[in-house]
Design a protein around this ligand. Structure first.
Ligand SMILES: Cc1cc2nc3c(=O)[nH]c(=O)nc-3n(C[C@H](O)[C@H](O)[C@H](O)COP(=O)(O)O)c2cc1C
Length: 342
């Protein structure tokens, strides 16, 4: 394992990915750390207050952990394209009694500065960023506070930008990954490059320590990622059904349903993300404009209503290509078994 990870005290090179929107919990992060790996808290969508209380809970264990934030990199959308999409969604919204015409166009930054401030005020062992690369002054301040800084990248060009910005570690995310892509140009669809090849290219270009993410759900896939140059493997989807995860019941049920396809869509949030295909992705992926976070806020009431009704057809069912390997076993057991061939 590379120096930054052994310094943290990791004995197993497996990381529980940050998964915003519910799945990442303090218990999931702690389970990963107890297995000798590293767990993450997901700061995205949360209030700084909630994030602080989660950090307090995990910090009390004395085990290593990371915190992930969405770094602002909005795709602005004009009002008419936004309203047109709201109109397109109307037949679905109507069936849940949701009035999307009342959802104001919101371009917030997820309280970025407040969250950075809390990481600087009470530093955490690892901070990772996705969607955008923080300003180099922020990265420098975090590093000076003793935090190891990691950046999600999806290409050689992005890896070079993150390296220039001064991060310690790169999280190389392939398009097989579940949930949002960290792509810095979210109008584009992430290219379908196999993870070992992407690791090789980014390793050659940067010579930086790499973490591998995307579709890793079996011991063989994890071994291949490590052999391709990763210091550790990051797994998300394979943990979504674990009891420690805060995944919603309908999402869990859909993941247990083998034989579905996954697809990359920006129809839910205006930013590309991999999800299980359902009615929503089939009907709206080709019609949705880009526009994050505005589309995230627009579809949120509809998705909440679908979740409350237990309707998996109009929900964002984030899932990587390896979702069929996700089981309902405890996280520590899942992670230990994934590392069994290393
Ligand atoms: C439900 C879900 C939510 C996610 N949320 C985040 C997030 O908040 N921040 C982040 O950096 N990555 C997020 N990701 C991406 C993961 O960090 C990781 O790249 C991905 O899970 C790896 O691929 P896999 O799901 O195939 O294992 C999310 C993934 C999933 C499945």
């Amino acid at each position: 394992m590379d120096k930054p990870l052994t310094q943290l005290g990791l004995t197993t090179p497996v990381v529980a990915a940050p998964m915003a929107g519910g799945p990442s919990t303090p218990d999931l992060a702690l389970a990963a750390a107890r297995g000798g790996g590293l767990g993450f808290l997901a700061g995205g969508y949360k209030t700084p207050e909630t994030l602080t209380s989660e950090i307090t809970k995990v910090r009390a264990s004395g085990l290593p952990f990371g915190v992930n934030l969405f770094a602002p990199n909005p795709i602005r959308i004009d009002e008419s394209a936004y309203r047109q999409y709201a109109n397109t969604l109307r037949p679905v919204a109507d069936r849940y009694g949701v009035d999307l015409s009342r959802v104001a166009l919101t371009e917030d930054d997820d309280r970025w500065q407040d969250k950075v401030d809390l990481l600087l005020a009470d530093p955490v062992p690892v901070a990772s960023f996705t969607f955008g690369i923080p300003d180099r002054t922020v990265i420098k301040a975090l590093r000076e506070a003793g935090t190891l800084v990691a950046q999600t990248v999806t290409s050689v060009a992005e890896a070079r930008l993150a390296q220039e910005a001064g991060v310690d570690l790169l999280i190389v995310q392939s398009s097989a990954a579940g949930g949002h892509s960290g792509i810095l140009t979210p109008d584009d669809t992430p290219p379908e490059v196999p993870l070992p090849r992407l690791l090789g290219e980014i390793g050659d270009a940067t010579r930086m320590p790499l973490l591998a993410a995307g579709g890793l759900a079996t011991p063989a896939a994890i071994t291949a990622a490590i052999e391709a140059g990763a210091a550790a493997a990051v797994v998300g989807t394979v943990l979504l059904r674990c009891p420690e995860s805060g995944t919603s019941p309908p999402h869990r049920a859909a993941l247990a349903d083998a034989g579905r396809r996954t697809t990359v869509t920006h129809a839910f949030t205006g930013r590309p993300a991999r999800a299980l295909s359902n009615e929503f992705t089939d009907r709206f992926s080709a019609l949705a404009p880009s526009g994050y976070p505005a589309l995230h806020h627009l579809t949120s009431p509809l998705r909440k209503a679908a979740a409350a009704a237990g309707d998996t057809e109009y929900l964002h069912l984030w899932a990587g290509t390896g979702y069929e390997h996700a089981t309902a076993e405890p996280a520590e057991r899942v992670l230990t078994s994934l590392a069994s061939r290393l």
